[in-house]
Design a protein around this ligand. Structure first.
Ligand SMILES: NC(=O)c1ccc[n+]([C@@H]2O[C@H](COP(=O)([O-])OP(=O)(O)OC[C@H]3O[C@@H](n4cnc5c(N)ncnc54)[C@H](OP(=O)(O)O)[C@@H]3O)[C@@H](O)[C@H]2O)c1
Length: 354
């Protein structure tokens, strides 16, 4: 327990560049001294890597809630899961498993105090049914984003025969959002994603009616075939050309859940990025709602939503996929892989066992 190591950020990809493995380094660092009163010594077990971290690679993140990574310094993400090794905080004991959704350093061991910006939550592992990583997938920000996006912006009404389309459908949010759309009452759910294997997972494991591989198939043609009465709900994770194509097949008074625009995250654009004038006009003419969705604007609904998500997962109604890369030293690589579509479900990094 005397060695420690961390991921450092070594090179910006440039505001218009794609992230690469060599943007990150890995080196030994000092093991933290024993906790002072109020501090906890934590061992990292799992890390989450997320698309929004792409903004932290730029000198200016473009988002007031995100700070840029500094060259040569330790990198860090949002979600992480760890175990208490030593504690000088009466709320935590050695052996406790805890998580944070709002800031976890990419380091093997670190000390932290309980705080408001990156609150630590002790987990009741018995409630997780043996699946320790659920708080980094469906029972955390990913599940909340999908659930609250669908609930707050989807306009799904039971018995209205609505068709839902999800882009980035085999990813963390997309794979859950499509299943939730079905549970909320959509009668057709179509996913758009980037490989044959992903299409298979969506239709054979996750209950999507159909899937379109945007890399090899004509999205416009396939969508018209699969949603002959038009699209009523669009859970948009990607933006760009795919989203323009979907919006062009949306019905009057339908709803876009503007979750993310990953197709343009490597371009220096404000968020949400501008869309073509023709799409803007279509939205107006057909009264299609497309307002920004940010999960952090619904904090007061988190507790209740997590309860609902836990019921759905533990009853087997909602299935969860994850892709795990092994080793803290590969955290940067896992992030780059996820940005390039290497994941099915949530991309995680396994750092250590409890
Ligand atoms: N609004 C919020 O509060 C909120 C919260 C969390 C996440 N988000 C957003 O939700 C979206 C999904 O996040 P996630 O964590 O669930 O990531 P994810 O979907 O698990 O991973 C990203 C996926 O995006 C796809 N992708 C990458 N480049 C693409 C491109 N040019 N065109 C189409 N697809 C592309 C890849 O899958 P393919 O193989 O299909 O290409 C990749 O697997 C992101 O845009 C993220 O920023 C928003």
């Amino acid at each position: 327990m005397s060695t420690n190591a961390h991921v450092i950020f070594v090179k910006r990809p440039g505001v218009d560049g794609a992230p690469a493995d060599d943007n990150f380094g890995f080196e030994e660092c000092p093991f933290p001294p024993d906790p002072e009163p109020g501090e906890i010594l934590i061992k990292t077990l799992y890390l989450s890597v997320d698309p929004a971290l792409r903004c932290r690679m730029n000198e200016k993140t473009g988002a007031d809630y995100l700070t840029p990574w500094k060259i040569g310094e330790e990198a860090g993400g949002f979600g992480g899961l760890g175990q208490v090794i030593k504690s000088a905080d009466p709320e935590f004991s050695p052996g406790d498993i805890l998580e944070s959704q709002f800031g976890w350093p990419w380091v093997a061991y670190f000390k932290q105090r309980q705080n408001k910006q990156t609150p630590l939550r002790k987990l009741d592992t018995a409630l997780l049914g043996g699946n320790l990583t659920l708080p980094l997938t469906v029972l955390g920000m990913i599940g909340l984003t999908s659930y609250l996006g669908v609930k707050e912006k989807g306009g799904i009404k039971l018995g209205h025969n609505q068709a839902m389309v999800v882009s980035g459908a085999a990813g963390a949010c997309g794979s859950i959002a499509g299943q939730l759309g079905r549970l909320e009452g959509c009668t057709t759910v179509v996913g758009i994603c980037g490989s044959v294997e992903k299409c298979k997972v969506l239709t054979e494991e996750l209950g999507f009616d159909a899937a379109i591989n945007y890399k090899t198939e004509d999205v416009k043609e396939k969508l018209a075939e699969l949603c002959p009465c038009g699209v009523d709900v669009y859970f948009d994770n990607v933006g760009g050309e795919i989203s323009n194509t979907v919006i062009n097949q949306m019905n009057k008074d339908s709803n876009v859940i503007l979750c993310g625009q990953i197709a343009v995250y490597n371009q220096d654009l404000p968020y949400p990025p501008p869309i073509p004038e023709s799409i803007e006009s279509r939205l107006k003419e057909l009264n299609i709602s497309r307002t920004r969705f940010l999960v952090l604007n619904y904090v007061e609904k988190f507790e209740e939503s997590l309860k609902k998500l836990a019921e759905l997962v533990l009853s087997g109604k909602l299935k969860v996929r994850e892709t795990t890369m092994e080793g803290l030293e590969n955290t940067g690589k896992a992030f780059v892989s996820m940005m390039n579509g290497g994941n099915i479900g949530k991309q995680l990094v396994h750092v250590a066992d409890p």
